[in-house]
Structure formats: C-alpha cells, structure tokens
Design a protein around this ligand. Structure first.
Ligand code: UDP
Ligand code: MG
Length: 324
C-alpha cells in the first residue's frame, strides 16, 4: 500500500439520532486512519438525516474541531438512510468512498482489507456480515430476505451484504446517475457492475441496541429491494392465475362428471362460495401487487429530489463544483 497516500478518501456516515455515540465513532475511525497513515487524506462526511436529539449540534462541534477533515450535511428532514447515503455520495470527493453506519455496527478495522483489495483493482469491496448480534427471529428473517431476493433478482445480488462498503470514484459516479427514489443501495451497487468482491466482516452490536430504521423501515427497504430488482412477483402471479384456471376447469369437469355419470349433484352454495372467494382473494392480491409497482412508478414520475439539504458545515472553503 505504499502508493496509497497519493489518493483521497471519503467516509460517509448517515446519522439519525446518534448523539451519544458520534464522538466515539469519529475517534474510532480516526485512530484506524492514523494507523493506516491516511488521516490527512481522508474526509469524514456526516449526513444528518433530520435528527432531533442534538446530533445536529454535535456534528457542527466535530466539524469545527476538525476543520478540513470532518464535514456535515444537514438534510431538511428525515429522508431515510438510503437517501442520506445518497446525499453523502453527492458531497464526497474522494478517489474511493467508504459508506458505513454511525452506530458502531460497522467495524473500522475492515478499512485495511477494503483498501488492499481496492489497490488490487477491485472497484467495489463490500462487507459480508459474518455474524450478527441481533435476535434469532431477526437473523432468520434477514437470512431469508437475502436468499429470496438473490434468487428472484434479475442481476446477481450478493448474500448478507449491507451498506458497509468501499466504492471507487467511477462506481460513485455511476450510482449518482441512478435517479430512482426507492433506493436499495446494495442492489444499485451491484447493478452498476465493475469489479466487485465481498470480504467477511464481523458485524458488531449497536452501541445502544436500538435500531433506528425500525420494523416498518426495514419492511419498506425489503419491499423496495424486491420491487426494484425483481419481476418475480408478477411472474408468480401469472403462475397462480394459470393454476387457478386449471383448478376451475377441474371443478367444472368434476361437477359435469357427477351430473351426467353418477347423478349426484354438487351443492350450489358450497361450490360457488369456494370458487368466488378463491378468485376474489387471488384478484385482490394481484391488484395489491400491481399497486406496489404502480406506487413506485408514481414516485418516480413525480421526479422529486432524492434528498433536500438544509445546510452544510465545513464545506465553506471547499470547491463546491462537486456539490448539488
Ligand atoms: N439512519 C438514517 N436515517 C434513518 C434511519 C437510520 O440516516 O431514517 C442511519 C443510522 O443513524 C445508522 C444507519 O443509518 O447510522 C443505519 O441505521 P440502523 O443502524 O438503524 O439500521 P441497520 O444497521 O439495522 O441497517
Ligand atoms: Mg446499524
């Protein structure tokens, strides 16, 4: 890594109500950067995603204490982690960019592995979560999510990989070209292509054990992942349609057989109730599923920005050509 010092690096950390940990987080990454002798060539960008716990003020203090090294981007409200990371991407200027959570779950000791692989020519190095510190139900759901998504996606998506990754500048520029509002970043990162590799990294516990995204947020993220990278739901519905049609033909033959051969009548109310509720259910499910795609199309055609920045701190002296 002898030539590594000639490059510039950016670290992007989305922040939503992490005030208690921010200083420790920064110290931890700075000590790792010192060890790698990269402290002078690395900018740390905190993207404050509408925090209301004092993170805003804390970020400004850290920016003032570390002029030219630490920067703050304060979004106008809470846009969600994928939008916050996207904002950071737009404000970053490093030759390589590292994206990591600001809650202590992503271990900075992985930087060295990331950088080594980057110098070997990989454009994307992403962390594969080796072990998770969450409860068993969460682990099972996460395990299932990655496997179903990967099996149904149009492009290969790595298993057990989240946001923690290093991206070469050309990948950053490619992701900046992706305009979609419903963003699943590990998917976009794979979609852009280039040379990618995963490394196993231990996923640590959150400093406060309180997940900021929450179940609803995770559900939205999971749905965005599916509907953005897979048409399998529509395909499955076609299969369900064909199967129910076959079932219906079967039922007709069954009724005709009894009417003309055995002479036993199938009671009308029972058969009607079964078929109408069956098809009613299938139809409603299908409409709901189409609605998921249509709502996403609607989000896209509105063309609203992915994030809105209220103000920045620390960028005053920097060339602003790279910024939105
Ligand atoms: N985060 C954010 N906006 C949100 C929710 C979370 O910027 O609306 C940040 C949060 O501060 C953290 C990262 O995104 O640094 C990931 O959030 P969290 O740890 O809750 O999610 P998980 O690690 O479970 O993916
Ligand atoms: Mg986290």
């Amino acid at each position: 890594m002898s030539d590594i010092k000639k490059f510039k690096f950016s670290i992007i950390a989305p922040v939503y109500n992490e005030v208690e940990f921010l200083e420790k987080f920064l110290l931890e990454i700075q000590s790792e950067l010192k060890e790698l002798d990269l402290i002078e060539s690395t900018e740390v960008i905190f993207v404050n995603d509408g925090s209301n716990d004092g993170s805003t003020e804390k970020i400004d203090i850290l920016v003032n204490k570390n002029p030219g090294k630490v920067f703050g981007v304060h979004l106008a409200r809470n846009f969600g982690a994928p939008s916050a990371i996207t904002a950071g991407i737009f404000y970053s200027s490093g030759d390589a960019v590292i994206i990591m959570d600001s809650d202590g779950q992503d271990d900075p000791q992985a930087f060295e592995k990331f950088l080594n692989l980057w110098r070997k020519g990989y454009d994307v190095v992403y962390a594969i979560r080796k072990s998770r510190k969450e409860g068993w139900l969460f682990k099972v759901l996460a395990w299932l999510f990655y496997r179903i998504l990967s099996a149904s996606s149009q492009i290969p998506l790595p298993l057990d990989a989240g946001n923690y990754s290093l991206l070469d500048r050309k990948v950053v520029e490619a992701i900046k070209q992706c305009p979609e509002r419903n963003r699943y970043l590990p998917g976009l990162r794979s979609w852009v292509g280039f040379k990618q590799i995963g490394v196993e990294v231990e996923r640590r516990a959150r400093y406060d054990k309180k997940n900021r995204v929450g179940f609803r947020g995770l559900w939205t993220l999971a749905m965005n992942a599916f509907f953005s990278f897979s048409y399998v739901p529509i395909f499955l519905f076609r299969i369900a349609g064909i199967l129910s049609l076959l079932l219906c033909i079967g039922l007709i033959l069954f009724a005709l057989y009894h009417k003309f051969i055995t002479g036993l009548a199938v009671t009308a109310w029972a058969s009607q109730l079964i078929t109408t509720s069956f098809f009613g259910g299938i139809n409603l499910l299908g409409i709901g599923l189409l609605g998921e795609y249509i709502a996403r199309i609607y989000d896209e055609v509105k063309q609203r920005p992915i994030f809105i920045c209220a103000r920045t701190s620390g960028f005053e002296d920097k060339n602003s050509s790279n910024h939105r």
